[in-house]
Write a protein of this length. Structure first.
Length: 210
């Protein structure tokens, strides 16, 4: 592989910041494969039903019984276990100059763990959004206005975990001198993809102006 050829783009951020949609567009434009860290291992996900899928009892129990601090500890432990697999995936794709490149998105891409992977062939970016934006997206996706009291409680716990995760992520970005890319403020998926591609072209562990 020639030096300076982009092989991997990593897109991190808390839940409901638009990582998946942006990653798909970026991958399409680059001709890369698109994957999510959610596919590497299971952990209790969003506790609201979608067409064709009901919330498993163990997922509802997870959010019903754990405090926000316990929810955060659980998910961060999950991300720590994923770190070796993420590193293997990234370094393997960088070393393989013949296959397609990779866009990998997910909340498991924590700044302190990912920044060290960035180099001539890999870029990393993190999406952020105001709490109000995350709340609106979660409530819209879970049809909060139509949900019962129990379902609303589970969504509120998921929201609290997501906001707390972003606070921790933002603290890491600040500590490392990195900047989050604001995924709210009415920016379209295409505009965010443009910003990701522009930042990726610089091949540095930075995320553009947020």
């Amino acid at each position: 592989m020639a030096d300076g050829v982009l092989r991997v783009v990593l897109i991190g951020g808390t839940s409901n910041t638009g990582k998946s949609a942006v990653a798909r567009v970026v991958a399409e434009r680059l001709g890369f494969e698109c994957r999510s860290t959610d596919g590497l291992a299971r952990h209790p996900g969003r506790p609201w039903p979608v067409p064709g899928w009901d919330v498993p009892p163990h997922v509802a129990e997870h959010y019903r019984t754990l405090t926000v601090d316990e929810l955060i500890a659980s998910v961060l432990d999950h991300y720590a276990r994923l770190r070796p697999r993420i590193e293997e995936l990234v370094t393997g794709r960088v070393a393989d100059g013949d296959g397609p490149g990779l866009v990998l998105e997910g909340s498991a891409l924590r700044p302190a763990a990912v920044a060290r992977l960035v180099g001539p062939a890999a870029a990393a970016l993190w999406l952020t959004a105001d709490e109000a934006v995350i709340r609106e997206r979660i409530r819209r996706g879970g049809r909060y206005a139509e949900a019962g009291e129990e379902q609303r409680y589970l969504m509120d716990k998921f929201l609290a975990r997501s906001v707390r995760h972003q606070e921790l992520m933002s603290a890491e970005l600040d500590r490392l001198g990195l900047v989050g890319l604001d995924a709210g403020n009415g920016r379209s998926v295409g505009e965010l993809a443009d910003a990701v591609l522009a930042a990726s072209a610089r091949r540095r562990p930075v995320t553009g102006a947020g």
